[in-house]
Design a binder for this molecule. Structure first.
Ligand code: SF4
Length: 502
C-alpha cells in the first residue's frame, strides 16, 4: 500500500532564552536607514540582529524558483532575498549551523492580500532549500505586546515594539529631509554623507535608549521623554552645513503604491526614486508612518459603522482617538525637532472622504483606499506636480486601485498620474512610461516658476544678490512655507519676495 504523506503546516522549533546569545535575528524589507535604527533597538535589548542585504535583481529569480508562480512581485523579491542569504550562508557553514545560528523575524497580518501569507511563502522556500528546521517568527503588526513565546528567546513586548515604531518614525522624518535636500545640494554627495552620519548617530541613540518602567511606564516614557527629540535636534545641526540652490525648477513627484514597493530603495522598484532625481525631479517619499496611522485609525471606521451593535463602542473609539492623538503628537515633535521640514501626516478622515466616491474604505488589503486618497490629497493640496504609483505585478488590491484611478482621472483630467507596473524585470518599459508623464510635470514646474517670477517682478540676479546677503536662506534646513504651488522653487521665490518686501 502506498503511504500518504499529509501536509503539515510549518511550525518553528523553539528559540529559547538560553540560545539568545548565540542566535542572530534576521529581518528585512525596509530601507537601510530604517533597518539600521531597528538594529539599534535590537542591540539595546541585547539581541544579536542583522538586516538581510538589500534586495537585488538576482533575488527575483531565487524567489521564483521556490515559491508559487502566481505570487506578487514583493513576495517573490522578499522571499528570494531570504533564500539568497541562506544559500550563501549554507555554502559557508552548512545547513545545521545555519538553522541554529539564525532566526528570521517578519511582520505578519491577516487580510485579503498576500501580506498575510508572506510567512507561508517563506516556509515553502525553506522546504525547497531543505531547511525546514530554520526558524521563522511573526511580528503581528496589531499586537505590540505578544509576550515571550515559543521558548522565550524572542520577547515581543512593549520595549521592543515601541522601540521599533520609534525607530521607524525617526527614519521616516530623516528620509523626508533627505529627499527634499539632495536634489538642490550645491556639493554633490554631501546630503548622502550627512545622512549616513546622522543614521549612525541615531543608531547609537537607540542602542543606548534607557528602558524606563514596565508596560504603562514604558509607554509614558516614550511619549513624554525628550530623549529622541534632543537627538533629532543634534541631527538638524549637522544638516545645517548643507548648502542648497533652490532656484532650479524641478517637478515634484509624489511616490505612492504598494507598501513594500513604495518604501523600498533598490532593484526591487528599479531604484525609481534615485532615477527620478537623476531625471531632474524632487521626490516626496512615502513614510511608513502613514501606514501605521491607517492601521491605528481603521478600528474607528469599523466601530462607527457598528456602534449600534458593538458593546462600549463610544469608549473604544475614545481610547483609539487618544492613541491617535499621542501618535500624531509624537510624529509632530520629531518633525519640529527637524525644523518642521518633514511633511505632516495627512488626516485619515480626509483621506477617507477623498477616496469615498471612488474606493470604499472597507475594501481592505494592500493600501486599501489610501492609493486613491493620497493621489487626490496631493492633487487638491497642490503638494506635487505628479503622482508615480508603483503597482506590483500580480497584486489584487493594487489592480483595483489602478482601476478606480481611471474614474478619478475622468473627473480630474489634469492630474498627472503614472501607474507603473513593477515586475522586477521590465525596467526600461516602466521607466520610459514614467518619463512620459515626467516630461509634462517638468513643463508645469517651469511654468509655475515663470509665473511667480512675473508675479513678484523678481529677477534671478536680484534673488542671487539677496541670497548672498542672507545666506541662511540657502541652508538645507531653511524652511520654505507652502504658498499653494507644488514646486519648491515657486514657493521659494514667493517667500523671498515677501521677505524682501518686509
Ligand atoms: S498588497 Fe499586493 S503586492 Fe503587497 S503583499 Fe498584498 S498582494 Fe502582494
Amino acid at each position: 500500500m502506498e503511504t500518504v504523506t499529509h501536509y503539515t503546516a510549518y511550525k518553528a522549533r523553539p528559540f529559547t532564552r538560553e540560545q539568545r546569545k548565540d542566535v542572530t535575528i534576521l529581518y528585512g524589507g525596509l530601507t537601510w536607514k530604517h533597518e539600521r535604527l531597528v538594529q539599534g533597538v535590537f542591540h539595546n535589548l541585547n539581541y544579536n540582529a542583522e538586516p538581510l542585504p538589500n534586495v537585488a535583481r538576482a533575488d527575483l529569480d531565487a524567489g521564483k524558483e521556490l515559491i508559487d508562480v502566481g505570487a506578487c512581485c514583493p513576495t517573490i523579491f522578499t522571499t528570494g532575498n531570504l533564500v539568497s542569504f541562506l544559500k550563501s550562508e549554507v555554502a559557508i557553514r552548512g545547513k545545521e549551523e545555519v538553522a541554529n545560528k539564525y532566526v528570521f523575524l517578519t511582520a505578519g497580518a491577516c487580510g485579503p492580500c498576500r501580506f498575510g501569507q508572506y510567512h507561508e511563502s517563506y516556509a515553502m522556500a525553506l522546504d525547497g532549500l531543505g531547511l525546514r528546521d530554520f526558524r521563522l517568527f511573526l511580528l503581528a503588526q496589531n499586537q505590540l505586546d505578544q509576550g515571550p513565546s515559543n521558548g522565550g528567546g524572542l520577547e515581543i513586548n512593549l520595549p521592543l515594539s515601541l522601540g521599533l515604531v520609534w525607530a521607524i518614525l525617526c527614519a521616516d522624518v530623516l528620509t523626508d529631509l533627505e529627499y527634499m535636500t539632495r536634489p538642490y545640494e550645491v556639493s554633490p554627495g554631501q546630503t548622502d554623507q550627512i545622512l549616513q552620519e546622522s543614521i549612525e548617530y541615531l543608531y547609537e541613540v537607540f542602542r543606548n535608549r534607557p528602558i524606563k518602567g514596565k508596560k504603562w511606564g514604558v509607554f509614558a516614557w516614550h511619549f513624554l521623554s525628550d530623549y529622541f527629540t534632543d537627538a533629532l535636534r543634534e541631527v538638524r545641526k549637522q544638516w545645517d552645513a548643507i548648502e542648497v540652490d533652490r532656484l532650479q525648477a524641478k517637478p515634484k513627484v509624489k511616490v505612492t503604491g504598494e507598501f513594500w514597493l513604495q518604501t523600498h530603495e533598490g532593484d526591487g522598484n528599479y531604484n525609481i526614486k534615485r532615477w527620478l532625481e537623476q531625471e531632474g525631479a524632487e521626490v516626496i517619499p512615502p513614510p511608513i508612518a502613514v501606514w501605521l496611522d491607517y492601521l491605528l485609525h481603521s478600528p474607528i471606521m469599523k466601530l462607527e459603522e457598528r456602534k449600534e451593535f458593538e458593546k462600549k463602542a463610544a469608549l473604544k473609539m475614545t481610547i483609539v482617538r487618544a492613541l491617535e492623538y499621542v501618535y500624531h503628537r509624537t510624529y509632530n515633535r520629531f518633525r519640529k525637532a527637524l525644523g518642521s521640514l518633514p511633511y505632516e501626516l495627512p488626516d485619515q478622515e480626509e483621506l477617507r472622504r477623498l477616496a469615498t466616491p471612488f474606493y470604499h474604505y472597507q475594501l481592505r488589503g494592500g493600501e486599501g483606499h489610501m492609493l486613491v486618497a493620497k493621489a487626490l490629497y496631493a492633487y487638491h493640496h497642490k503638494k506635487a506636480h505628479m503622482i508615480c504609483e508603483l503597482s506590483p505585478y500580480s497584486c489584487m488590491p493594487n489592480t483595483m486601485s489602478v482601476g478606480s484611478m481611471a474614474n478619478v482621472l475622468g473627473q480630474y483630467p489634469d492630474m498627472l498620474y503614472a501607474p507603473i507596473e513593477v515586475k522586477g524585470d521590465a525596467e526600461i518599459h516602466a521607466l520610459s512610461r514614467c518619463q512620459m508623464i515626467l516630461t509634462e510635470a517638468k513643463k508645469r514646474a517651469q511654468r509655475d516658476f515663470e509665473e511667480v517670477m512675473e508675479k513678484t517682478g523678481l529677477t534671478t540676479e536680484a534673488i542671487r544678490e539677496y541670497e548672498a546677503r542672507h545666506p541662511e536662506v540657502t541652508r538645507g534646513t531653511y524652511r520654505v512655507p507652502h504658498y499653494g504651488y507644488a514646486g519648491t522653487t515657486a514657493n521659494y521665490v514667493l517667500h523671498l519676495a515677501k521677505r524682501i518686501k518686509n
